[in-house]
Ligand binder design. Sequence first.
Ligand code: FE
Length: 303
Amino acid sequence: MSLRPTLETRKAVPTMEGAGVKLHRAFGFQDPSELDPFLLFDDFRNENPRDYQAGFPWHPHRGIETITYVLSGTVDHSDSLGNSGRLGAGDVQWMTAGSGILHQEMPKGTASGQMHGFQLWGNLPSDQKMTAPRYQDVQSRDIPEITDDDGTTVRVIVGEFWGRTGPVDGIAADPQYLDISIPAGVKKTFRIDTYRRAFAYVFEGEAAFADASRPTGVLLEKEVAGQEVNIRDMSGDRTLIRFGTGDEVTVQAGVDGVRFLLISGAPINEPVAWHGPIVMNTQAELQQAFRELRNGTFIRPAH
Ligand code: FE
């Protein structure tokens, strides 16, 4: 077993998207090889409807998958293929844009104005960029939730974990997408196969993610629930942790526990030509996509 080093720990950055939605971007539009096969991760938690209700009106996607996970509030969606629906708390939509869709995504908060959820973009390999669009809408009750003896809870959204398999299937990048809650002071180790690129995103509480160069932490100062907790190097709300190569990560929850996403996938290792919501392999393919958008041939007829 070898511990994955934490290559980078950084806070998500306030960003404006769609028709004026304030969100926090953990990564995206920088070096796409960093977390290949993943391209972008947005956290759209918001307390004020004015900051999100303009939503994401009609826009195209091609060559990628968008994965939306709602924690509170709802997201109404409809698209050029005639699909429409509403994602509620705990629901997931895995959308394979493939050859292309036009869609809109409109967040609506709870009665008190709360909105929370995430959108991840996964890349498609060249031989699947022009595949037929596909949706997998998953309701919260169909997501396996496992609780360990120490109170750790894992929702398995995609991939295999602790003997359970998430409901999303057939994804090229072979992703694993877990929503993990660990009680105060508890230390857990999670196995992630070496070939995967992996990151964590903390969104409640805080935790210390052990580094390969400091595997047990360096400062044990506080005792919580009978365990010593490393209170230095804690990663708190809206922090991205990018892991290097190894086959496991170790997490110690802070005094209020921690909740985070742990996401990994097999790198695609292909050239990336990216503009806005369209991600292809070459500039020529990118120009072709925008030409098709202009002349109205972007959406392929169903076959
Ligand atoms: Fe979209």
